[in-house]
Design a protein around this ligand. Structure first.
Ligand code: CTP
Ligand code: CA
Length: 230
């Protein structure tokens, strides 16, 4: 078993981690986002730091987002940059890709952006309104395209057919590893996924390995993921 201050199996790694939600503005005061709080990314970063890695952490910030707490003595190996939109996240991550040995994409990136955000505040009216949404940047996709030998770990949160969707994304996105977990359906409570401290799921590899990780604190899930891929 690996203990804090124990095995330094990521000493030669500089890991680029994306985490948290991205947001897209509707107008000067309103925006759209998702339920991500960055907890899984923080757990992945803290465990990587513990094992000796340097971590470039690109965090989408919103109310309630959590930042990694570097273990004592690892503070200078954590490089944090905060962004809000998918485009900002892609730019910050691409800038840091060349020095990375691997990429961990835990971010919940908004798949759509508001086509024409209003610089001034929109006023309330009695008519229904429609909001035009256009596809936003695929952060992981751009990183994968610009890659130069880095390994890639993606995350997928699904409400249905978790493992089938996970396996599809592993292949379609050209990743080395993918961790897939279930999220509660709208209106239901869950112990995995967004804004909770625990998770469970399945780690898949491009070589066909498959490991089920039982429900546990996100720190424990992160430890097991690093054990398996380190
Ligand atoms: N991802 C990303 N940029 C996006 C969308 C996804 O970097 N615009 C990354 C996520 O950080 C994650 C992986 O891609 O590591 C899978 O994200 P997911 O949202 O599950 O994939 P999508 O292809 O967007 O599929 P879905 O339609 O299920 O949202
Ligand atoms: Ca998505």
């Amino acid at each position: 078993a690996l203990r804090p201050g124990g095995v330094q199996d990521l000493q030669d790694e500089r890991i680029l981690i994306t985490a948290g939600p991205t947001t897209t503005a509707i107008d000067a005061v309103r925006y759209i986002t998702n339920h991500s709080t960055g907890r899984m990314g923080a757990a992945m970063a803290e465990e990587a730091l513990k094992r000796g890695a340097v971590v470039d952490y690109v965090l989408g910030v919103d109310k309630g987002v959590v930042r990694p707490k570097p273990p004592r003595g690892t503070e200078e190996r954590l490089h944090l940059v905060e962004v809000r939109t998918a485009e900002e996240m892609a730019a910050a991550a691409l800038e840091r890709l060349p020095q990375a040995t691997g990429v961990v994409a835990t971010a919940a990136v908004m798949d759509y952006a508001v086509a024409a955000p209003s610089a001034s505040k929109l006023k309330r009216a009695s008519d229904a309104i429609a909001l035009d949404l256009v596809p936003s940047t695929d952060v992981l996709g751009s990183l994968r395209q610009a890659a130069n030998g880095q390994w890639f770990l993606g995350f997928a949160a699904e409400t249905d057919d978790v493992e089938a969707h996970g396996a599809g994304k592993l292949k379609a996105k050209g990743l080395d590893f993918l961790f897939a977990n279930e999220v509660a359906r709208l209106g239901a409570a869950g112990q995995t996924g967004f804004a909770v401290g625990t998770n469970a799921g399945v780690l898949l590899s491009a070589k066909g390995a498959r490991h089920e990780l039982a429900l546990g604190p996100k720190s424990e899930i992160a430890r097991q993921i690093w054990d398996l891929i380190a």
